[in-house]
Design a protein around this ligand. Structure first.
Ligand SMILES: Nc1ncnc2c1ncn2[C@@H]1O[C@H](COP(=O)(O)OP(=O)(O)OP(=O)(O)O)[C@@H](O)[C@H]1O
Ligand SMILES: [Mg+2]
Length: 276
């Protein structure tokens, strides 16, 4: 409840973690798979937005999800983050965490970060302060943060700032950043929480070509340290990620494989890539 109040105060779509009861289960990645979705069905008034969906994501993998409007891509992310509960199916984070039994806040705390389409950085605060605030939403560091940043926390901010390429803008108010830079800052804010899985919905909408290239580099850098699921319509961008692609159509997996393979799949051409 208090988390919700803070959330609306700050006008962010992000869930704050520091008041949430601890998730006792530890993430178990022994089998090399970080996310299991099996037989997931989500109905809205009888219409199946997700229809018997199976999806498996490896630890450290970068995966692109593509598919026509209404294919269920965002709804799938809503299921993973606990925003929408499926009518059927199972959804596991590692071997032992049943996401369907966890609240949205617990899922965020367990290490699943979500980047929404619209950047929601704190415009009146600097890049540094935005990252600092994002760290404050981790309950373990919040009490110390109010007093003074530890060396380790400062190092983490510097490391994230370097990853997102905003070293030159460290003390710039976020309101003055370009659209692309704001998107990177928001990814940085998610990284402050040390997520294990990042969900990114249409990150390059509205970006320049140069910003798109930098975003592709950034997401490729993140993979390995965490798993990343990217939903995107821009096929040049998807190609530049050079990662396995899953094509969703009518709430199910239509095809899966490299971009090379899926773009030559006649079913994919028929429902999605025909005009590309
Ligand atoms: N809360 C809701 N209530 C009713 N229908 C919904 C709701 N959310 C999504 N839908 C429907 O479910 C289907 C899947 O929507 P979803 O937003 O997941 O698609 P998407 O693949 O993300 O599409 P896009 O590429 O346009 O973002 C659509 O037909 C949509 O209208
Ligand atoms: Mg969507």
């Amino acid at each position: 409840m208090m988390g919700t109040t803070l959330h609306s105060m700050a006008d962010r779509t992000h869930v704050y973690n520091f008041m949430i009861p601890k998730v006792t289960d530890e993430l178990d990645l022994r089998h090399g798979t970080i996310l299991y979705l099996e037989g997931i069905t989500v109905s809205f008034d009888g219409f199946k937005a997700i229809n018997d969906l199976n999806l498996y994501i490896d630890t450290g993998e970068l995966r692109c999800i593509i598919g026509p409007n209404g294919a269920g891509k965002t709804t799938m992310m809503d299921v993973i983050t606990g925003k929408t509960r499926p009518d059927e199916g199972s959804c596991w984070f590692g071997q032992r965490m049943n996401l369907l039994r966890m609240s949205e806040a617990e899922i965020a705390e367990a290490g699943i970060g979500r980047k929404f389409q619209k950047p929601t950085v704190f415009e009146k605060h600097s890049v540094f302060e935005n990252l600092e605030l994002a760290m404050a939403s981790n309950k373990k560091v919040f009490p110390t943060l109010v007093a003074k940043l530890s060396g380790e926390q400062r190092d983490h901010i510097n490391e994230v700032v370097e990853t997102i390429g905003l070293e030159q803008q460290l003390y710039t108010e976020a309101g003055y950043l370009s659209h692309g830079q704001k998107q990177w800052l928001e990814i940085g804010m998610l990284l402050m929480q040390r997520p294990k899985l990042l969900l990114v919905d249409e990150p390059v909408a509205g970006m320049t070509h140069q910003e798109m290239d930098k975003t592709a580099e950034l997401l490729k850098t993140l993979a390995g340290n965490q798993s990343v699921i990217v939903v995107e319509h821009d096929m040049d961008f998807v190609r530049s990620l050079d990662s396995p692609v899953t094509v969703l159509h009518q709430g199910s997996v239509l095809a899966e494989g490299s971009m090379e393979v899926v773009q030559n799949d006649q079913r994919v051409i028929d429902v999605y890539l025909g005009g590309d």
